[in-house]
Design a protein around this ligand. Structure first.
Ligand code: IPE
Ligand code: IPE
Ligand code: MG
Length: 252
């Protein structure tokens, strides 16, 4: 079993966002229908959430269904929604026991009623849990989120010609009570964001795994954290500035 070194444990991301890709390819390689891949993908969510708890990553966000995924065949979409319902029913008890708070980002009004209801109920029922934070991106698209935010900002600030600062504008995004993702993991070897957290990802580290999502288990997640821990995040500064401890003020 892969373990993090003490140094890596001191350098963990606070928020990991995952683009769970490759369920279809995983199924196809087994000559099975796509939904078989999605079912195994859902099983894997538990493994990754447990790994996050094991090492202490407090915020996990999962890209489960994009705005553009609405263009998939009807059967696949309804299968995914049923899997979502099953997952939330099955996990509810352990979410309460472990102190996991569920949130959702995305336009829930575009989900079938039964799926929307269980998502909203679980959000309500886990509202006071404060140990771990699980966010599902459901019918989510970053561009749509930004357009919504601009519209709401405009309603609250009518006739203002002031260009908002990031601090003024970002509360209008759906992620307003989440820290920015430190690490974005995408499985299945694709190097793209597919309309996921485009603004929040400004300084996220990106890790692409060749594994399909159902195969991206505990050890693969730990491996990604280990890789993250070894990176130098400079946020526009020089390497020297990052490595130098803050200089004490000169005293005479
Ligand atoms: C990710 O797997 C799950 C969703 C987008 C819902 P895919 O279904 O995209 O799998 P591939 O990319 O076709 O292999
Ligand atoms: C991104 O995967 C969306 C989710 C993982 C939910 P897609 O499979 O939809 O992305 P593209 O179409 O390959 O970019
Ligand atoms: Mg895909």
């Amino acid at each position: 079993m892969l373990e993090l070194t003490p140094e890596e444990k001191n350098n963990l991301p606070r928020h990991v966002a995952l683009i769970m890709d490759g369920n279809g390819r995983w199924a196809r390689s087994r000559k099975m229908p796509r939904l078989f891949g999605h079912r195994n993908g859902v099983e894997n969510v538990r493994a990754v959430v447990n790994a996050a708890k094991e090492v202490g990553v407090p915020y996990i966000t999962l890209y489960a269904f994009s705005t553009e995924n609405q263009n998939r065949p009807k059967d696949e979409k309804s299968g995914l929604m049923k899997l979502l319902e099953e997952f939330l029913k099955k996990e509810f008890r352990s979410m309460m026991e472990d102190g996991i708070r569920l949130r959702a980002i995305g336009d829930l009004s575009g989900l079938p009623g039964f799926a929307r209801k269980i998502v909203e109920d679980t959000i309500d029922e886990t509202r006071d849990n404060d140990r771990w934070n699980l966010t599902l991106a459901l019918n989510y698209g970053s561009r749509q989120e930004v357009l919504q935010a601009i519209s709401k900002y405009g309603q609250d600030n009518p006739a203002s010609d002031h260009i908002p600062t990031w601090e003024e504008f970002s509360p209008y995004l759906e992620t307003s009570d989440l820290p920015d993702p430190d690490l974005i993991i995408r499985t299945s070897g694709e190097f793209r964001l597919s309309n996921f957290l485009l603004l929040q990802a400004a300084y996220a580290e990106i890790f692409v795994s060749p594994l399909h999502w159902p195969d991206f288990g505990r050890d693969a997640f730990i491996q990604a954290l280990s890789n993250y821990a070894q990176r130098e995040r400079r946020f526009g500064k020089t390497s020297e500035q990052i490595q130098q401890p803050a200089q004490p003020l000169a005293s005479s």
